[in-house]
Design a protein around this ligand. Structure first.
Ligand code: HEM
Length: 440
């Protein structure tokens, strides 16, 4: 693992994590010394595999069958394999946006049969009033004021701590050594966990999101994390911290209603895939897109005010999550296609983001172009379930890119390993590797 100068995190300096230090860390999953969680994650997430480009097929479907009725034999990946349930995929911006915005008709209950089995009943799978109440309570912990504090200290310190591990070397695979590691440190810092727990938490978080590789290991890691968080919450109830996410969730109050442990834990569990995996992939894609388009990278290095534009464009160009799922709570019609109550709907965010009827210039939607006229992309979804961490994610990407430019001068792909670096993935997308060199 990259060196982690744990004493430099904001956790250590701002949030008193002393009361948590005595929690026993169950290391049963670490006893198998031949097993490398980070390598297993790469294999599970397909980064060792082949180049995958789903976009030509997205374009074809958007043109020819924009409301696609999926035959049972084709159900895989994020589509439920339930043979009884009708399933549809929508590809155009207009319908994808409608699915995101209308959370009454297109509800999120299907998550209970997937990610909910691992984490418990989280905000992601809630609907209606229950969802509304939980969003209100959780939003207490994502206020702009706290974000400003994280931007000023926690995020730069987390990014720098990870960069410290290899900055003198002049070469690295940035996906493995950098982008995979810093977002977990940010989340761990937000939760105010003790520095001694960073490595343990990071391993469990990666094991949970490697579920495609080993279901058994992911379930065990999820159990260990739940037991761990149970203890953290109990300690924080009697020793409240100042400014850490867990203490904020305990204190959050909506008309006298507070969150119970069994409501806080699924949310904390959700942060590994929702907050860390997404940001890991999005940062990798941003770096890939800029390095592959050298003149745009040079423009950003010269004028850092272009960074927010580069971030928005990379999020549009290739979002970490290509599609989100929903279930219809009533009969509905899309462009003449009747969709029955209880059907599964997949809204293809990645296809919507390259819809030439929305993004211009239409003939260049497949290209990364930070100077493109802005139009809102759907990478963070929209409506009631719109990503709660989008401002945080963009801040992390901005700080990461700024510090990479500052600390890895003349960054470029390693010509000897350029062929190994490409965008890949069907459901989750990011670069396979980022083999780079710089002037150390
Ligand atoms: C570039 C990075 C990110 C992307 C692309 C992303 C994308 C998304 C998407 C598409 C959803 C909607 C999922 C659905 O409704 O089925 C979502 C929800 C969510 N995201 Fe993010 N996310 C990112 C970063 C983060 C971060 C950093 C956090 C927090 C630390 C976070 C927390 C959440 C939460 C809690 C939800 C559930 C909201 C709800 O159901 O009401 N995300 N995200």
């Amino acid at each position: 693992m990259a060196t982690t100068a744990s004493s430099t995190t904001a956790t250590a300096t701002e949030v008193d994590s002393t009361p948590l230090r005595d929690i026993h860390l169950d290391d049963s999953l670490d006893r198998d010394s031949d097993f490398d969680v980070f390598e297993a994650f790469e294999v599970a997430s397909g980064s060792r595999g082949d180049r995958i480009d789903p976009y030509p097929e997205f374009h074809r479907r958007r043109r020819e069958v924009p409301i696609y009725h999926v035959p049972p034999g084709e159900r895989q990946g994020y589509l439920s394999r339930d043979q009884e349930r009708e399933q549809f995929i929508v590809y155009r911006y207009e319908e994808v946006n409608r699915v995101c915005q209308d959370s009454e008709t297109f509800d999120s209950s299907h998550h209970a049969e997937g990610i909910g089995l691992l984490f418990g009943h989280s905000v992601l799978e809630m609907n209606g009033d229950e969802h509304h109440l939980h969003r209100r309570l959780i939003q207490h912990a994502f206020k702009r004021k706290d974000l400003a504090g994280w931007k000023a200290k926690l995020i730069p310190e987390a990014v720098n701590a990870v960069l410290d591990g290899f900055v003198d070397r002049g070469s690295a695979n940035l996906t493995e050594e950098f982008t995979l590691r810093y977002p977990v440190r940010v989340i761990e810092g937000m939760m105010g966990l003790p520095p001694e727990h960073v490595d343990w938490y990071h391993r469990r978080a990666i094991e949970v999101i490697s579920i495609m590789g080993s279901v058994e290991r992911a379930l065990r890691a999820a159990e260990l994390l739940k037991e761990y968080f149970e203890q953290v919450i109990e300690i924080r109830r009697s020793h409240p911290g100042k400014g850490d996410l867990i203490s904020m969730l305990i204190e959050a109050d909506a008309n006298g209603r507070k969150l119970r442990n069994d409501e806080i834990i699924p949310f904390l569990m959700l942060l590994a895939p929702a907050g860390a995996e997404t940001t890991y992939r999005a940062t990798g894609t941003l770096l890939y897109a800029l390095l592959a388009n050298r003149e745009q990278f040079d423009a950003v290095v010269k004028d850092r005010s272009l960074i927010p534009k580069a971030i928005e464009e990379s999020l549009r160009w290739d979002p970490p999550l290509t599609a989100l799922g929903r279930r219809t709570s009533r009969d509905v019609e899309f462009d003449g296609v009747k969709i029955p109550t209880g059907a599964g709907i997949s809204a293809c965010l990645a296809s919507a983001n390259r819809d030439p009827s929305v993004f211009s210039p239409a003939e260049t939607v497949d290209e990364f172009d930070l100077f493109r006229p802005r139009h809102p992309h759907l990478t963070f979804a929209g409506g009631a379930h719109v990503c709660l961490g989008q401002l945080l994610a963009k801040s992390e990407m901005e700080i990461a890119l700024n510090l990479v430019i500052d600390r890895l001068p003349n960054l470029r792909f390693d010509p000897a390993q350029r062929e190994q670096c490409f965008m890949t993935g069907e459901v989750w997308r990011s670069p396979s590797q980022l083999q780079v060199i710089w002037d150390a």
